[in-house]
Unconditional design. Sequence first.
Length: 318
Amino acid sequence: MLFASLAILVGLVVLVWSADRFVLGAAATARHLGMSPLLIGMTIVSLGTSAPEIFVSATASLEGAGILAIGNALGSNITNVGLVLGITALIAPLPIQGKMLKKEIPILLLVTVIAGLVLQDMHLSFWDGVVMLICLVITLFWLFNETNEQEIGGLDEEEVEAIEHTSTAKSIMWLIIGLIALMISAKLLVWGAVEVARYFGISELIIGLTIVAIGTSLPELAASVASALKGHHEIAIGNVVGSNIFNLLAVMPIPGLVADTQIESEVLYRDYGAMLIITLLLIAFIYGFRRKGRVGRSAGSVLLLAYLGYLGLLLVQA
């Protein structure tokens, strides 16, 4: 039990660190090879924010814990909106840009509905995964076809400078080290999570929705809070919205692609339902309540309370 708990702690710390190194190495390597900033933003940076969830879900699925992987995807989205955006909005109210109101937020709502349609038969199949990956490609094209060719989306000035000034040798080094560390830390985290679940008699789903989801959302929390404090509000909320889109289209399909995965009824009615409700709450604050195009402190309080209420429900049922 002690070793399993240490595995979770060490796995989470290394996972967060290695994801950052992997994204830096991959983005800098791509830049040195002549890839345009636009393409880097479309692929490496965008998917890189979900790298912890992707590696954890792939590892869990390969080890027969597909339900933990699904819990990780749904739980991360609930955590991103309730905990990450809730805390960030309490620190600094977040104005929403017009482009996000017209494109990213509607896409998030559409993707959330698609995820519900995929899960409604209580079964995640190979073809479900293929459909969601096709939606991912379409979404990437739709999101970035109007992006300025000289912008590297999703990063602030310091991170862009780090990419531009990292040498080829160093970028390849960080790419390799980050990738290896991601795989090892994901395996360590999944092993520890499964062992703790078995020890306490808690389902792997609950562990995926709580400990693993919170842990893999730490990069979004750190990035969003730091961006809000620096005044980069569009990056603060963009991190969360982008991550949630990719969690549903790039992370959730993984268990189905590895092996047909049966889904318990509470995944649809409790966990997907909670994700849908908290997403709709966010959209309501953005478009309708009081000031349009803004997530203020009152909205942050409601989102955080909704998240704590969901955690309480999980603890009671566990």
